[in-house]
Design a protein around this ligand. Structure first.
Ligand code: URA
Ligand code: CA
Length: 434
């Protein structure tokens, strides 16, 4: 087989066969096929697309390029949740204990964040003593006993995707639905999920800015999952503004605790109940979505979701007393209010720019080497559609330095107030099961 023939085939709009896709991915992973040929093929795919069969084959070829996590010793159906990224997305912290409390096994492999705010591990590490350096045997044992555990990323997962994603980044070939969908799905499948719930974000702060593009990506991922034997569904949710109020590591842990108590922000609560219902349903722990939802609502009401969070923190060395005494979480030295300069309605909160403001405070990493400040961040006091009066606080800034003028300017530039009434955005657009 010659790579040049395969590039030509795709360039001319023909379908690549399974063995051809395997040849390309294994050759690229082991270095026998050079970057320039794979770049040409990626560009051909951007223009010609891929059939459903090709997408499933590409996904599985990338899964097989490295280690696959074996979770077969865990009892029950493991449902993983994946979000296509957002700002201040606290859903993982809420959903883990919430669905575990109704019997769904949560075996989460998580990473650290780059940009906006930390990843799930960074957030959890704001709980003193909590650690994710556990071995596989302990991880599996914890999930079987407690229904929930989080482990740090280890092993050599989807090396083909790492190499391809880096190449696509510098060859203007990221923007291809088949390539994005197989990239995301390969990572979920290699991490051992039996079933997958996808939270595909849409709007200004999302990777996909329009509903049409988000729907197309969601459908592509759902089809890949179902074609390779993993029950998969997607929810399309709004990211035209940050989710919830808190953006920052300890602040989001506090927000997750509030949400598990039933006192969280309305949008975060609703999205967690929606995604959680699908997870419970796919895990066969409820016979309908309505039953799944009422189980989750009951777990919040009777305190079992919150108890599960305590068990989980305890079992991985964390100080679970923070759940009842959140003031024990890392606290910033200073707080400042961002005061509205005029009367009106909040029209826009540009999510990624607000996320960048939190990063400037130290809540996120500008580079992989940056050290995160777990205490700092932002808490929104107003969301899109809210009425504001001059002098009202729009945002509370939690900082460990006294001069926050740059952060304030960035927030003023990206929180737009208008005089007309504004209709708040729809939170959940649709669910896609096929
Ligand atoms: N995120 C991924 O993981 N892969 C892509 O290709 C794009 C976004
Ligand atoms: Ca949040």
């Amino acid at each position: 087989m010659r790579m040049v023939d395969l590039i030509e085939k795709k360039r001319d709009g023909y379908e690549l066969m399974t063995d051809e896709i395997n040849f390309i991915i294994s050759g690229y992973t082991d270095g026998s096929i050079p970057d320039y040929q794979v770049s040409a093929l990626m560009m051909a795919i951007v223009f010609q697309g891929m059939t459903q069969r090709e997408r499933a084959d590409l996904t599985m070829a990338m899964v097989k390029s490295g280690d696959q996590i074996d979770l077969s010793q865990i009892e029950g159906i493991i449902v993983d949740k994946h979000s296509t990224g957002g700002v201040g997305d606290t859903t993982t912290l809420v959903l883990g204990p919430l669905v575990a409390s109704v019997g769904v096994p949560v075996a989460k492999m998580s990473g650290r964040g780059l940009g906006h705010t930390g990843g799930t591990i960074d957030k959890l590490e704001s709980v003193s003593g909590f650690h994710v350096e556990i071995d596989n045997a302990e991880f599996i044992d914890l999930v079987n006993r407690n229904k929930i555990a989080v482990i740090g990323q280890s092993g050599n997962l989807t090396p083909a995707d790492k190499k391809l994603y880096a190449l696509r980044d510098v060859t203007a070939t990221v923007e291809s639905i088949p390539l994005i969908a197989s990239s995301i799905m390969s990572k979920k499948i290699a991490a051992g999920a039996d079933a997958i719930v996808l939270d595909v974000k849409t709007g200004a702060g999302a990777f996909m800015k329009t509903l049409e593009d988000s729907r197309e990506l969601a459908q592509a991922m759902v089809r890949i999952g179902n074609n390779v034997g993993r029950r998969t569904m997607a929810v399309i949710s709004d990211m035209s503004q940050p989710l919830g109020f808190a953006i920052g590591n300890a602040l989001e842990v506090k927000e997750a605790i509030d949400t598990l108590k039933g006192e969280g922000p309305e949008d975060l609560t609703e999205l967690c109940l929606t995604l959680g219902s699908h997870m419970v349903y796919l895990a066969n722990q409820a016979s309908s979505l309505a039953e799944a939802r009422s189980k989750l609502e009951a777990a919040i009401k009777d305190g079992s979701a919150l108890e599960k969070l305590k068990d989980f923190l305890n079992s991985q060395g964390g100080d679970a007393t923070i759940v009842d005494q959140p003031e024990k979480l890392p606290q910033a030295a200073y707080t400042f209010e961002l005061e509205a300069k005029e009367d009106g309605y909040v029209a826009e909160i540009v999510a990624d720019e607000v996320g960048t403001a939190a990063m400037i405070l130290g809540a996120g990493r500008a580079t992989k080497e940056s050290v995160i400040d777990l205490a700092v961040g932002l808490v929104l006091r107003k969301k899109i559609g809210d009425q504001v009066h001059k002098g009202d606080s729009l945002v509370t800034i939690y900082s460990n330095f006294e001069d926050v003028s740059e952060v304030k300017q960035k927030l003023y530039d990206n929180i737009k107030i208008t005089t007309e009434k504004i209709v708040p955005p729809i939170l959940i657009h649709e669910a896609i099961t096929e």
